[in-house]
Design a protein around this ligand. Sequence first.
Ligand code: MF3
Ligand code: CO
Ligand code: CO
Length: 265
Amino acid sequence: MLQNHRKLQLTESQRDGMRRAGRFNSQLMDYLRPHIVAGISTLEIDQLVHEYTLRHKHQPATLGYHGYSKSCCTSVNEVICHGIPCPYVLQNGDIINVDITSIVDGWHGDQSETFMIGDVSEHARAVTQCAFDAMHRAIAALEPGCTVSVIGDNVVAEATARGFSVVREYVGHGLGKRFHQYPNIPHVADRQSRQERLLPGMCFTVEPMINVGTRFTKLDSKDGWTVRTRDGKLSAQFEHTVLMREDGPEILTQCPNGPARGHRF
Ligand code: MF3
Ligand code: CO
Ligand code: CO
């Protein structure tokens, strides 16, 4: 069943609310960037996120979200997503995805980047580059009124061309006053995404998770959050929040100092 999209099509002042949330979130990512180096623990990264957000009088959206107890997700190496900040200290050769979501005056900005720590393997660099390129290729392909499946089709084309796989169990999402809302944004197109359309005024994330090996995942049964590759091989992810406008997509979480489309890692 296609849903009624009307309340998801934001007015100009609501769009400005989303722009402010995306801008703040991207400034937080720029603030973090120089700290993401060998020797910092993922818990310390979380503390930086928490302090910066509260200092600016905003809220980390993950804190208390369905019982999640931290202000960001830190997913190292074979962790696909939802890694919980902990005392683990980043080492030369690691890759780490840092995923941050802020609530600014009730609106959400959601983004992530994968960082390479020191000298990384060729596989680590290639999968990081692929996740970044797949995200930007999918966003660049969007047009007002296009089907959601444009995203999955472009992500899959980029990943398969490089011999990598695309995670299916975890998807992008609509967002606004709520963190996760309609529509689902799968990174592998399915029947539903071939029918649903991205209309002007809708906000959603594009956040492909790309694996070096198998696409299959394994949820940590002890903490109930951490998602790993089933074969233990590397996974990388990037995420932006996007507003569909009457004239095409606008990325709301582009960092002034961060990598932009076309960047080579
Ligand atoms: N930020 C993640 C996303 O992109 C969601 C994290 S929810 C958490 O949708 F509870 F795991 F933090
Ligand atoms: Co998201
Ligand atoms: Co996110």
